[in-house]
Design a protein around this ligand. Structure first.
Ligand SMILES: NC(=O)CC[C@H](N)C(=O)O
Length: 305
């Protein structure tokens, strides 16, 4: 770990915020369309307990699909490898909300990080919990991982997504038609929309991500073999159709969300959260990706040595 990590973060902050090509905020969820695209935050949690940050690292944002990492960990805790009967482990090569492969593959989503896969994961959790219990369990998991009780769900974002969530409803009904959803689509999606509406700052998200680092000094909430597997899925599927490019440029497991956040794991070394609400056409944070690219270059952090 470089001794001048704070200097590196300061330089990246200066460099990235000088750019004007920050991309467009997600507009298909009206509440997200109102976020100021010029914001940028970055936080790094280290095994020695330090938390370094720059920019708007204390501003809460909608974690959206980053929630899929936490629900996957919880679902694996409930049903273990049985989960893989209902969800695949391959990159999709399609948009996060695509329905294209589902018919061909008989309602089994390619992976747990596209919307269809995450909806099934939530459905699995609902087999042993009511929606209220499932969301309370999710918040408890995240708060424990982050060591921070002040993490909440933004009801306005959840409502906004429910009102415009036609594609997700279509995905859920389609999978129900194939027998791969055990609850009514509205019930599973009610929980799914709320999990996406969890809000965290970069500081809180970097802290919450520590359970995937597998380092002494960081929380051990799941087994090391499960940590390895979730990281593998983050590397191959965490950026949807942009996963290959992210792996090529950054070389670290990561999960993005349409709120503009990215959680990046440096196995054994660090948990990183970056946020810039402007997105690429694939739905990943444009300047967030740039920032993590620069950080990985300057720290030499990569799983590929
Ligand atoms: N990529 C994302 O962050 C998508 C999550 C969003 N809540 C949706 O279901 O469309």
């Amino acid at each position: 770990m470089p001794t001048n990590l704070q200097d590196i973060l300061d330089q990246i902050h200066e460099q990235v915020t000088a750019r004007s090509d920050h991309g467009e905020v997600a507009t298909y969820i009206p509440e997200l369309a109102r976020v100021d695209p010029k914001q940028f935050g970055l936080a790094v949690a280290l095994p020695d307990g330090r938390l370094l940050s720059v920019g708007d690292a204390e501003v809460p944002f909608s974690i959206q699909s980053i929630s899929k990492v936490f629900t996957l960990a919880i679902a694996l805790g409930r049903v273990g490898n049985q989960l893989w009967k209902r969800v695949g482990r391959e990159p999709s090569g399609h948009a996060f909300n695509s329905i294209l492969q589902l018919e061909h593959e008989k309602g089994i989503p390619r992976n747990p990080f596209i919307n269809a896969g995450a909806i099934v994961v939530t459905d699995v959790i609902l087999a042993s919990s009511s929606p209220k219990e499932a969301l309370a369990g999710l918040l408890t998991f995240i708060r424990t991982a982050a060591d921070d009780p002040n993490i909440y769900i933004n009801e306005a974002v959840a409502r906004s997504e429910k009102e415009t969530g036609h594609r997700n409803l279509a995905l859920a009904h389609f999978m129900r038609g194939f027998g791969n959803l055990t609850h009514e689509p509205e019930l599973t999606l009610g929980t799914y929309f709320h999990q996406c509406a969890v809000e965290m700052s970069c500081r809180q998200l970097a802290m919450a991500g520590r359970f995937l680092v597998n380092a002494r000094g960081m929380p051990h909430l799941i087994s090391p073999s499960r940590i390895r597997r979730i990281n593998a899925l983050m590397m191959t599927c965490g950026h949807y159709d942009g996963s290959g490019d992210f792996a090529f440029r950054v070389g670290l497991p990561a999960k993005s969300g349409v709120g503009g956040g990215i959680l990046v794991i440096v196995p054994g070394k660090a948990s990183i959260a970056v946020w810039s609400p402007g997105l690429t056409p694939l739905g990943n944070s444009r300047l967030g990706t740039e920032a993590v690219h620069l950080l990985a270059q300057r720290t030499q952090w990569s799983v590929f040595g």
